[in-house]
Design a protein around this ligand. Structure first.
Ligand code: AHM
Ligand code: MG
Length: 349
């Protein structure tokens, strides 16, 4: 039987891609991989352990937290604290950044932003959930790292990835040199390289959007949905609608099969729902590295100004030609009123 390459072996092999690096990024990725395995263990037995249900706390977005959100948050933070390569962590579950001030982290030069358990409303019904992470270099050179070190544009990311806890568990990441996917082999407890050099098809036949909010969508989005539904053999329309409600799972499927995922501004979420720092930017980096495109309908996600930790953005992400088509519809039917509003989110006319 062929022996698969493990995540650890792959990371060491790829260290040569960064001649200036001394192994810190490799160690940081390893720490994230370890935390992912621990969270995976708990997610898998969620139905057995007394871990389902509300934790009784409310996060900064005002949403009820599930116990597993809290657990995943603690595991990732603790792995980063013990690893010594990260000086500050920004998490969806914490109002403020978490400084890591331990002795081993005093020279740490990386910043990690993460959504420890994305799509957590799906846990109770055994639907795939995920972890999203994004890694930046610390910019400041002295004293404690600050929020300004975290508020960097998506183009500054040095690595990003996600873990999908699905029918199998996978870790997919990029360091800006393509995208590679690893599947957890539970028998040996290792992530093994299963999807080398992932490429998203330029065209796809899947569109993923919560159509329940249709009447609240901008006209450009409504027109794009109608475009997806029209019969046209040349472009393989009508397209298929698939929406899990777990961004990691929806995007993972579209990355492999081709497709577009849209979470636009809506009447009730006028700045979009998904968060720029730890959801949109890392996913945009991964999808671009796989040959796809990510936009807020008008501008490249990775170039949006980041003003706030929990800033939201609209997102149109996936196969390049599908995103281009959706952008055309936005420009034509929902043109930008102003170039950019405060949070990098466009105002609609
Ligand atoms: P969460 O980070 O609180 O889990 O919210 C993010 C999730 C995404 O995974 C998913 O795409 C979206 O929210 C679904 O939202 P909706 O139920 O409004 O369609
Ligand atoms: Mg989330």
């Amino acid at each position: 039987m062929k022996i698969a390459k493990t995540l650890g072996q792959f990371i060491i092999e790829k260290q040569a891609d960064f001649p200036y690096a001394k192994g810190e990024l490799s160690r940081l990725l390893r720490d994230i991989g370890i935390a992912a395995k621990i969270v995976n263990r708990e997610v898998n037995k969620a139905g057995l352990a007394d871990i389902l249900g509300e934790a009784g706390t409310i996060n900064v977005q005002g949403e009820g937290q599930k116990k597993l959100d809290v657990y995943a948050n603690e595991q990732f933070i603790s792995a980063l604290q013990h690893g010594g390569e990260c000086c500050i962590v920004a998490s969806e579950e914490n109002d403020e950044c978490i400084h890591i001030d331990s002795e081993i982290s005093k020279d740490a030069k990386y910043i990690v932003a993460m959504d420890p358990l994305d799509g957590s409303s799906n846990i109770d019904v055994n639907v795939a959930v995920g972890t999203i992470f994004s890694i930046y270099h610390r910019k400041s050179t002295e004293g404690r790292a600050t929020i300004d070190d975290v508020l960097q544009r998506g183009t500054e990311q040095v690595a990003a990835g996600y873990v999908i806890y699905g029918s199998s568990t996978m870790l997919v990441y990029t360091t800006g040199k393509g995208v590679n996917g690893f599947t957890l082999d539970p028998s040996i407890g290792e992530f093994c390289l299963s999807h080398p050099d992932m490429q998203i098809p330029k065209d796809g036949v899947i569109y993923s959007i919560n159509e329940g909010y249709y009447t609240h969508f901008p006209d450009g989005v409504k027109k794009y949905i109608k475009y997806c539904q029209v019969e046209d053999a040349a472009t393989k329309r009508p397209y298929t609608s698939r929406y899990i409600g777990s961004m990691v799972a929806d995007l993972h499927r579209n990355l492999i099969k081709g497709g577009i995922f849209i979470y636009p501004v809506t009447a009730s979420t006028p700045k979009g729902k998904l968060r720029l720092v730890y959801e949109c930017n890392p996913m945009a980096f991964i999808i671009e590295q796989a040959g796809g495109k990510a936009s807020n309908g008008y501008q490249r996600i990775l170039e949006l100004d980041v003003e706030q930790l929990h800033q939201r953005s609209a997102i149109f992400i996936g196969s390049e030609n599908m995103v281009k088509k959706a952008e055309e519809m936005m420009l034509c039917f929902s043109p930008q009123q102003t170039k950019k509003s405060f949070e990098g989110v466009v105002e609609l006319q």
